[in-house]
Ligand binder design. Structure first.
Ligand code: NAP
Length: 264
């Protein structure tokens, strides 16, 4: 790739939620612009026999949603570490001070920008699909535009409920003063038990009303604007369910009520 298209950034810090789940912060490229919910493309230099020339080095690129707020001076990301992953085996070795390449552009449509005005913003995620929503709940504008922000996060086991503390803190002490909006958090753990926490998959809970009951809020086409991110099978099932209830992604000149992103 043309070196004008990316910058070299430094790892500032790392946080392991579990041995397979890592968040990391990078220095932010000068002038880097993004909207909460978008993703960056990150590159790691790999030294192996697949390199195209005699340097022995090649760059492996992956897309990662940005978990930090647009106003922050650093960029934060969250990743599953796959044992055979071409990118994540390198990621697992990173230490503070190491170099990560960041493409100058930001990407994606999992933002509130294409939505018709609404009252309740539902952010429904599995696994690391939570990351873009961590950015969205830290953005002032979303607390002004919506009365309720709802985060639904489904993981296999309790320790994978990343950012639980951040979300609970924002729910308890809403930021940005008197915006009046409320953050509601619905954690779901499917292969573990955690007191007071739901255990079934999201589409099941959405169909039988338990998702709305846990959020303390009804899904209502006139009020609800929905973002889906994570396991492609969850996104597909929820898209079908919500589509049948009238929710639709935005089209040219027609604002939407739904935006989706498959995570892999
Ligand atoms: P996951 O398997 O998608 O599990 C996360 C949550 O999603 C769990 O609560 C799971 O419930 C639920 N889920 C799975 N399929 C669903 C469906 N069809 N409908 C509704 N909910 C569903 O993801 P993970 O635990 O974060 O990661 C596990 C594996 O996912 C990784 O080893 C990797 O293969 C893949 N992954 C890949 C990437 C990538 O970028 N390549 C990123 C993340 C994950 P159950 O416990 O009932 O399955």
């Amino acid at each position: 790739m043309n070196p004008d298209k990316y910058t070299e950034e430094r790892v500032l810090s790392l946080r392991s939620w579990t041995p397979q789940l890592l968040s990391f912060r990078l220095s932010r490229p000068a002038g880097y612009q993004f909207t909460a919910g978008q993703f960056a493309r990150l590159g790691l230099v790999k030294t192996d026999a697949l390199a195209p020339d005699d340097t022995g080095q090649r760059i492996v690129w992956r897309a990662y949603s940005i978990a930090s707020a647009p106003e922050e001076g650093a960029l934060e990301f969250c990743s599953v570490l796959l044992p055979e992953g071409e990118f994540t085996t390198e990621l697992a070795r990173l230490q503070p001070g190491d170099t990560v390449l960041v493409e100058r552009a930001s990407y994606g449509f999992l933002t509130t920008a294409g939505f018709a005005p609404g009252k309740d913003l539902w952010m429904i995620a599995t696994g690391t699909g939570l990351a873009p929503f961590v950015s969205i709940i830290q953005e002032r504008q979303n607390w002004q535009d919506f009365e309720n922000l709802v985060i639904v996060h489904s993981v296999r086991e309790a320790p994978e409920l990343a950012y639980r503390d951040t979300i609970l803190k924002l729910a308890k002490e809403p930021p940005f003063g008197a915006s009046g909006a409320k953050l509601r958090y619905v954690p779901i753990v499917t292969r573990d038990t955690l007191e007071g926490v739901l255990h079934e998959r999201i589409p099941v809970l959405a169909q039988d009303g338990r998702l709305e009951a846990a959020a303390g809020l009804a899904l209502d086409l006139a009020r609800s604007r929905i973002l889906l991110c994570g396991n492609p099978a969850m996104v597909k099932d929820m898209r079908a369910l919500l589509g049948a209830a009238g929710y639709a992604t935005s089209r040219r000149l027609k604002p939407g009520t739904l935006a989706v992103e498959n995570y892999w």
